[in-house]
Design a protein around this ligand. Structure first.
Ligand code: PEP
Ligand code: MG
Length: 825
């Protein structure tokens, strides 16, 4: 096939990959090769598989089913001397657009691979100003003598092998060739493919494409080496199954399909929220009542003493408000700060204070009197027609509660829940709210704020409760007892379901449960992908009950033991012995399966009162995780002693949270080693969490000093996007599937690969089937997920080939928004 010079443009420019494909498509249109519609097909195909060949050359072409849009087989070349980013860091200088009615393009591929082999030649063609030069080179103007010499050098075939007739109408084109290369690389054996008199290395894409294997060609695959037989068997089976041929790939374009259940079109009104935990729940709404402040009506103290208590509380309240005002002024400007100034004025209101004092003089306690007084005034304000005045009632209640807490006998933060099944609705849930939840009674969770990585979402998944988050304030106005449907997978709260909605939800609930059961039945099978790659699926746990549950659920170990749970919900620090007992019990429960113990990660949202850490304005940016351990090395050493003493009960690894600098890592390692030697324990592997962007940027250096990385996507997301994972408005956007986070993950994996260490992921997205697929495609080796997610993540991984996961990850990386990643099919 000859190139038309008119179909070659030298010195071109493109904004990005899509622009480059569109431009080369236009060249094909102008040359009369294709209808304009074929350009969309070329763009769509790129979504299914990357057409980058190597040495700065890509070969975009359309999907086979769109061949009727091809008028005449032809090829166009767009030369981009400055190049364009194609994929990750692959840069393309020659875009060879192919429109092939049948398999003529294999000749071009064969010629291209010739150029591909020769980096210098590819470079020259990328900058030549002579279109004829490119045309001649790609039309097969290669040196016959060189070809003959190459044939002499060609490796010989091996004895062990089999013949295969290629039946695919498009021959062994780039996609199946890539699949064959990937599969071959998973074996140690040397594997060769022969087509007529040409022999190529099955582990080299160029090697295979050079063979120009067309439909009906008889090829011979042969192998030599320790696992040669196994390799040949795997290749034989893969070829028999079609080797991810194009039509098959198109049918599978929706890689989520095997596990996704049909979305329901509800008739009743819905509140759109964000999916946080799958499953469907139906039941009555219960609004969470939190922070009940208990004050006795009467006081045993004298009126004088109560008046003094009131004055002291007023003083403290004003000090708090003035500090808040100053801080707000510095951070967010005078507008926001003014709210606290105005709130402070309430504390000087003579009428309100007069009423409270009068009640105290009549024998009421200071707290009771204050509450009566501010509630009466707030009610009067909220009854006002003037919206601005009635809105002041909110402020008054806010400042009223602030003072009331100071005067209270008891501040109850435990949620007050009924003892019948409910769908719990709240603004957001704190760790202490969720700690007391009974999954048997809480059918579903809906929060007005929060995002897919918020605490609520993580807890809901770990308790296997369907949940939606980020539902907005409308959900807080729902009446207690009202029957609703919560559709966790679709991220919907159906507020007025019809009979038909209930029936559809019931059917979907059954289907969901059946699917979950099928996955559970297969939970002990390893997560081996369709092309033989294995992903380890392990559990995130916090206590011995969860260690047992993780094993029962099919966990292949523990990828994250959150040791801070030993420190939460108690009044004193756990002793070394207490920690030793707890950790030993968990190691024993794992029965020989490995466990990664993360050292104390406290601070941020996991505050522990008895550690008396000073209150911080930005706890997530404050003394948390390893920073606290290095500041309070007494706590750190005690924990490490407990861990090393327990290490004789089974295989463990140690991992540090929140590492942001090499100094921190080295300091933590030095203390760890000192404690290990004191205890006399054997060395264990040491890893670190990658959850701060600085750690990603320095990942190459870190990778040389640890045995493994575990990516904490929850924190990595909040720090990369500068969005508090608990923030009422922002958390819903703090999505770990944001392409910015995915690119950080890719960078982490690249650094780890270069240093030869492995990478796990233990944040929330690892347990989301979509997230699991993308992480796998990005090269993460171990997924550490909540216990209920183990079976479904394993099922998801098993349903994919590595090539599919990689393709999907590549498409995800190319997105610009998390919503685009979530919409990928
Ligand atoms: C993370 O940040 O992703 C993580 C796993 O740690 P945690 O959620 O405990 O902060
Ligand atoms: Mg974290």
């Amino acid at each position: 096939m000859q190139f038309k010079e008119s179909a070659i443009r030298v010195g071109g420019q493109a904004l990005d990959k899509s622009d480059a494909i569109a431009k080369v498509g236009e060249l094909l249109v102008k040359s009369g090769n294709i209808e304009p519609g074929y350009i969309s097909s070329m763009l769509a195909r790129e979504e299914v598989a990357n057409t980058y060949l190597g040495n700065g050359i890509a070969i975009p072409h359309g999907i086979p089913k769109d061949r009727e849009l091809i008028r005449e087989t032809g090829v166009a070349v767009l030369q981009l001397p400055e190049g364009v980013i194609w994929n990750n860091d692959e840069r393309v200088y020659l875009v060879v657009g192919i429109a092939a009615k049948s398999d003529e393009h294999l000749t071009i591929l064969s010629n291209l691979t010739d150029v591909l082999d020769d980096a210098e030649e590819a470079k020259r063609l990328a900058t030549t100003t002579d279109a004829g030069d490119i045309a001649r080179r790609l039309s097969g103007g290669q040196d016959v003598a060189a070809d003959a010499a190459a044939a002499e050098d060609a490796p010989q075939e091996y004895e062990l092998g089999f013949e295969h007739v290629v039946t695919s109408p498009h021959g062994l084109h780039a996609r199946p060739a890539t699949a064959l290369v990937d599969l071959s690389k998973s074996f140690d054996a040397n594997i060769l493919v022969r087509n007529k008199n040409k022999v190529g290395d099955a582990k080299s894409l160029i090697g295979l494409l050079k063979l120009g294997i067309e439909k009906d060609a008889t090829i011979r695959i042969s192998a030599e080496g320790p696992d040669a037989e196994k390799a040949l068997e795997a290749i034989f089976n893969a070829l028999a199954e079609g080797l991810e041929d194009e039509e098959e790939a198109a049918a599978e374009a929706s890689v989520g399909a095997p596990l996704a259940l049909e979305a329901i079109a509800y008739e009743g009104p819905v509140i759109k929220a964000i999916s946080a935990s799958p499953g469907i729940a139906m039941g009555p709404v219960c609004q969470l009542q939190r922070g009940r402040i208990v004050v006795a009506e009467k006081s045993s103290a004298t009126a004088k003493a109560e008046l003094q208590r009131l004055d002291a509380a007023l003083l403290q309240g004003k000090t708090e408000l003035s500090a808040l005002h100053d801080d707000m002024l510095a951070k967010q400007g005078a507008g926001k700060a003014a709210i606290f100034k105005a709130q402070g004025e309430f504390l000087d209101d003579p009428e309100m204070l007069g009423k409270a004092r009068a009640l105290i003089s009549d024998g009421a306690s200071a707290g009771w009197a204050w509450k009566e007084s501010y509630e009466e005034h707030a009610e009067a304000l909220s009854a006002m027609k003037d919206e601005i005045l009635s809105a002041r009632a909110l402020d008054l209640r806010d400042v009223g509660r602030r003072l009331l807490k100071l005067l209270a006998d008891k501040v109850e933060d435990d949620p007050d829940l009924p003892d019948s099944p409910i769908i719990l609705v709240a603004d957001d849930l704190t760790p202490s709210d969720t700690a007391g939840l009974d999954p048997k009674l809480v059918l579903g969770l809906c929060t007005a704020s929060g995002g897919p990585t918020s605490h609520t979402a993580i807890i809901a998944r770990s308790l296997d409760i369907p949940a939606v988050v980020g539902a907005g304030a409308d959900c807080l106005a729902l009446e207690d007892g009202m029957r609703v449907i919560l559709d966790g997978a679709s991220g919907l709260l159906v507020t007025g379901p019809t009979e038909k909605d209930f029936a559809a939800a019931g059917t979907a609930q059954n289907a969901y449960e059946q699917q979950a059961e099928a996955e559970r039945n297969a939970c002990y099978q390893p997560a081996i992908m369709r092309d033989g790659h294995r992903i380890e699926v392990v559990a995130n746990i916090g206590n011995v009950e969860e260690a047992n549950a993780a094993v029962v659920a099919g966990g292949e170990g523990v990828g994250l033991l959150r040791t801070e749970f030993q420190f939460l919900q108690r009044d004193t620090e756990p002793t070394e012995d207490e920690q030793y007992e707890a950790i030993s019990a968990m190691i024993r429960a794992m029965n020989g399966l490995p466990m990664i113990i993360r050292t104390l990660d406290i601070g941020g949202d996991k505050d522990v009162p008895y550690l008396t850490t000073p209150e911080e304005m930005n706890p997530f940016l404050g003394v948390r995780g390893i920073r606290l351990c290095l500041l309070r090395d007494d706590i750190f050493r005690t924990q490490l002693r407990a861990i090393f003493r327990a290490s004789r009960h089974g295989p463990i690894r140690i991992m540090y949270p929140m590492i942001s600098s090499l100094d921190e890592l080295r300091a933590a390692k030095a203390i760890t080693e000192e404690v290990r030697q004191q205890v006399g324990a054997d060395p264990v592997e040491i890893g670190m969490m990658i959850e701060i962007p600085s750690a990603v940027m320095m990942a190459e250096e870190f990778a040389r000093e640890v045995d493994f990385f575990s990516i904490g996507t929850n924190d990595l997301t909040q720090y990369a996007l500068a969005m508090d994972r608990m923030h009422p408005q922002l958390a819903k956007m703090a999505d770990g599937l944001n392409p910015a986070v995915l690119r950080l993950i890719r960078k982490t994996v690249e650094a780890a690969d270069a240093a030869g260490i492995w990478v796990g992921a233990c944040g929330g997205i690892a347990g989301d089937p979509l997230g699991a697929m993308i992480l796998t495609g990005l090269g993460v080796h171990e997924l550490s997920v909540s216990i209920p997610a183990i079976a479904s993540v394993k099922a998801k991984v098993r349903s994919l080939s590595m090539q599919q996961a990689r393709d999907f990850a590549t498409r995800a990386l190319a997105c610009t928004e998390a919503s685009m990643v979530r919409a990928l099919k």
